[in-house]
Design a protein around this ligand. Structure first.
Ligand code: PLP
Length: 401
């Protein structure tokens, strides 16, 4: 099937670059100059980098000095977690507690788990069946640390979930973390440009974002680091980025990232209303197929308060997710199960486990995520394809069972 007839519904995995970002990237590719060099070319590169820093900071409500460019969301999360833990334990040896949630991305789960060998106590706050991590759930996790006489070093809770699209009460969690003397981080990779967000007003010390999730290029992201945050570098070298992330900064990528974030934030309101309408039509159309489908995660029609505007997650009992995705792909619909970041490794979703989706029988889950190229026609074609593919995927599960 020609590429232009296919329907791309995997914008949460990566979304096409927006023209403003392509233009910024191309414009910054050719000029020579290392932004650390003192000659005129170096200074020109440095000026481009600082413009990008200012643009990005303004778009997310941060100060330019708080922007640390990284290679993407995964590196930003690793720096936030390992960097906080190293700094906090050096300052206060009993501060070995890390509270995170059971529905985090692997870019948070794995670095926290890796710190267990260094003496960290990691507690996973429980999500409710809608996929929301309440402040009470964080309070319970902090209480577990207290009973172990471990001081909390870090609370890390994602702003929006990549799989089921639920939006977390970050401000309440940040208040609670601060009251308990913990540094607080949010993986906002899925949230920046999609929900109203101001770092300054968030109460966070650290926030991660990634270029390719919001119309920028792959291979670039940022960790926003509050000026009073306690953090040590993970990558050591020439002391770039306030000494927090050594390595020559890829100026063209940084310029494109800043252009993408500024664009996403500037069109967010109108784009959010447009996507909520498409999302609701898609969910309602799928539920109306009478195929015993349910929605994963919180969903309030017409609202982007509890669920990302472009996220549709459907639970399909009685079939295998991979065969359903294969059939949908053959029908021209590009979807996923939820985490494109597990490097194609199949397995059960820890997010579905965390929200209590039954595992007694095969359960398929399909994530269809909408973005800036999505149209009403895409939605109708996805509904028709699901109508045809689910019975076939169920028949295949029956044959294989
Ligand atoms: N965090 C979340 C919530 C994500 O969805 C992803 C990617 O899917 C990442 C982190 C990793 O970001 P990157 O691909 O930029 O490393």
């Amino acid at each position: 099937m020609p590429a232009d007839l296919r329907v791309y519904l995997d914008h949460a995995a990566t979304t096409p670059m927006v023209p403003a970002a392509v233009e910024a990237l191309i414009g910054a590719l050719s000029p020579a100059g290392n932004s650390s060099s003192l000659h005129a070319s170096g200074r020109r590169s440095k000026a481009l980098l600082e413009d990008a820093r200012e643009g990005l900071a303004a778009a997310v409500g941060a100060h330019p000095s708080e922007v640390v460019f990284t290679s993407g969301g995964t590196e930003a999360d690793n720096l936030a977690i390992a960097g906080t833990y190293a700094a906090r334990t050096r300052e206060e040896p009993a501060a070995r507690g890390i509270v995170t949630s059971s529905i985090e991305h692997h870019a948070v789960l794995e670095p926290t788990e890796a710190l267990v060998a260094a003496g960290a106590h990691v507690i996973h706050a429980v999500a409710d069946t809608d996929g929301i991590i309440s402040a009470d759930s964080i309070a319970d996790a902090l209480e577990v640390l207290r009973t172990r006489s471990v001081r909390p070093a870090l609370v890390s809770v994602m702003w929006a979930n990549n799989e089921i699209g639920t939006i977390q009460p970050v401000a309440a969690i940040a208040d609670l973390a601060q009251e308990n003397g913990a540094q607080v981080h949010s993986d906002a990779v899925q949230a920046v440009g999609r929900v109203p967000l101001s770092f300054r007003d968030s109460g966070l010390h650290l926030l991660s974002l990634s270029g390719h999730k919001l119309g920028g290029p792959m291979g670039v992201g940022a960790l926003i680091v509050a000026r009073d945050a306690v953090i040590e570098p993970v990558v050591h070298g020439g002391g770039h980025e306030r000494g927090l992330r050594s390595g020559t900064v890829p100026v063209p990528l940084a310029a494109a990232l800043a252009a993408a974030v500024s664009h996403a934030v500037s069109v967010r309101k109108e784009e959010s209303s447009r996507l909520v309408a498409l999302r609701d039509r898609l969910i309602e159309g799928l539920l109306g197929l009478d195929l015993d489908l349910t929605v994963g995660g919180a969903w309030t029609p017409g609202s982007a308060h509890d669920r990302l505007p472009g996220n549709v997650h459907i639970i399909v009992p009685g079939c295998d997710a991979d065969s359903l995705l294969f059939l949908l792909d053959a029908a021209g619909i590009e979807a996923s199960t939820g985490s494109a970041c597990q490097a194609g490794v199949p397995g059960r979703s820890h997010v579905l486990d965390a929200i209590g989706v039954s595992t007694d029988q095969p359960v398929g889950a399909v994530r269809l995520t909408l973005g800036h190229t999505s149209t009403g026609d895409d939605v109708e074609r996805a509904i028709s394809a699901v109508r045809e593919c689910v019975p076939r995927a169920r028949a295949a599960a029956g044959v294989l069972a």
